[in-house]
Every structure is written in C-alpha cells, then in structure tokens.
Write a protein that binds this ligand. Structure first.
Ligand SMILES: [Fe+2]
Ligand SMILES: [Fe+2]
Length: 290
C-alpha cells in the first residue's frame, strides 16, 4: 500500500501555522541525492509556487463575498493564510537559486504575465477557479505521494522539511477551492474536467521548461541520457509519479470529492509532532523518515 489508495478518510482541520523557521541557507545546490535532475525537479516546483499561490488566492477570493456557509468562509480564510505562508518560505528557498545565477525575477515575471494577464485577464472567473481546484488536486496527490514514500529519504533534511510542511498543509486545505467551485461558483463537470485537462498540459510543460533551463545552467544538458534517466525516475513503472495516476483520473469522476482520497496517518503524526514542539525538521524526520 503506497498510501494513495487507502480507504476514504475524514477531512483534517486546516491549521493556520506561521511558516516554520528553517535554515534555508544551509541547503546545498544539489540537495536531493546529490542529483541535479531530482533537485531541479523540486526546484522547478518551488519556482512555480509563490506566483501560483497568489493566483490561487486571487481566484478563490473572487467568490469570497458570495460564500454564505460560515464553515467554508473560515476554511477560505485559513487557505489564504496557508498559501501566503508557503509563498513566503518558497521565496526564501528560491532566493538560493538567485545566488546560483538563476534569473528568478525574470522567470516569475513571465509566469505572472501568463497567469494574471493571460488567464485572469482573459478567462471567466469560474474557469480560473476551476484551474485553481485542478492545480490543488494535482498538488494534493503529489503531497500524499511524497509523504507516503521514502522518496525524500536521501534528500537534505531542511529541504525535505520545507516540502513536507507544505505537503501537510496542501492536504489540510485540498478541498477548499473545489468546494467553492462546486457550491458557490456552481462550476459544472465541464468546467472541472476542461480546466483539469488544460492544467494537466500547461503545469508539466512549465516544469519541464524550467528544468531544462536550470539543468543547462548546471552544465548537465544537453545530454539526452539525463532526461532519459530522469524520465524513468519520474514516470517509469517504479517511478515517483506513476502511483498518482489513479488518483489523478478520479478527478474526472462525477462523484469525486478530494476528501475521499488519501491516507492521513502520517500527516496526523506530523501535525501532532509539530504542534508539540513547533520544529518542522524534527516533525518530518520523526514521522515521515523515522
Ligand atoms: Fe501551497
Ligand atoms: Fe494549496
């Protein structure tokens, strides 16, 4: 059991935590297994997070005034807080990339143009909320996958604590954008499925383009073997992302709801550990890699 296909679980509460204190500067350049490909996969995700999270917040906020359910109102408030904290700590993480010569500001400016001028400037609000719910689903199934495998065992403990904290909170708030789309924006299946199809193309495309850019800077590209081996690590039969396929496809089912997915046992242990001593690194080491 990899944790992805466990029986349905109850939703966790959303805890609005301040971003944990982590010694981001101590993370080495190739922090994942001393492997440029693995490192740059997660670096590319991190590069996309701060602007992506601002976009998600804006798209959920579009409907905030129309929410009458006080419970959902509170969840939206906590969702916005959590995403804001993620953006702050990933910005600190991304500042490391600047020191490596990566033109982070230019990359983020381009991303802002696509998401805010392109998507939010030209598409209906209900659709951009659909994009948000779709991205939140992809993020949540990645979070379930990363916290229920030993994939991060060979990663630097500070970097994996950052991704583990983010993963826990993504799982806590994974249904919020979906519930606003479904109950407030009245987004139907076509909006949900159509936006997911589009996000399923544009999000991985962005990741691949960024990885290509970063790996070129590292001097490990052009070398076809790098992508060949990396593809096997990510998408091969035993690959990191392969077990997510079933949960990804579930999103297209009529009766789908995010809270019917995923094993929460390790997540609950992480939450308890963190609540006790407030140390994300210790919580991650004890519960996810102990
Ligand atoms: Fe986030
Ligand atoms: Fe999120």
């Amino acid at each position: 059991m990899d944790g992805l296909h466990a029986p349905a679980s109850l939703a966790l509460g959303i805890v609005p935590r301040k971003a944990p204190a982590l010694d981001i500067a101590s993370i080495p350049r190739f922090w994942f297994d001393n492997d440029p490909f693995k490192t740059r996969f997660f670096d590319a995700l991190s590069l996309l997070f701060p602007e992506g999270e601002k976009f998600f917040i804006a798209c959920v906020r579009d409907y905030r005034a129309n929410i009458t359910d006080p419970e959902l109102q509170q969840q939206v408030k906590d969702f916005i807080y959590q995403e804001g904290q993620h953006g702050a700590l990933h910005t600190a993480f991304n500042d490391r990339l600047k020191a490596q010569g990566v033109q982070v500001d230019r990359i983020l400016a381009k991303q802002r143009t696509i998401m805010f001028d392109g998507f939010r400037g030209k598409l209906p609000k209900r659709y951009t909320l659909g994009q948000t719910a779709a991205a939140e689903h992809i993020t949540a199934i990645m979070a379930h996958r990363f916290t229920h495998s030993d994939v991060f065992a060979s990663a630097h403990p500070v970097a994996r604590a950052l991704f583990a904290w983010h993963a826990v909170e993504e799982i806590e708030h994974k249904a919020v954008a979906f519930d606003v789309l479904r109950t407030v924006a009245k987004g139907n299946w076509l909006i949900r499925a159509g936006s997911m199809l589009q996000v399923s193309v544009t999000f991985p495309l962005h990741v691949v383009l960024l990885m290509n850019h970063l790996l070129k800077l590292d001097g490990v590209l052009p070398n076809p073997q790098v992508w060949k081996d990396g593809r096997r690590w990510l998408l091969g039969a035993e690959g990191l992302l392969r077990p997510m396929l079933r949960d990804y496809l579930d999103y297209y089912r009529f009766g789908f709801h995010p809270n019917n997915h995923g094993n929460l046992a390790k997540i609950q242990r992480w939450r308890e550990e963190f609540a006790e001593h407030g140390d994300a690194r210790l919580a991650t080491d004890r519960t996810l890699h102990g």
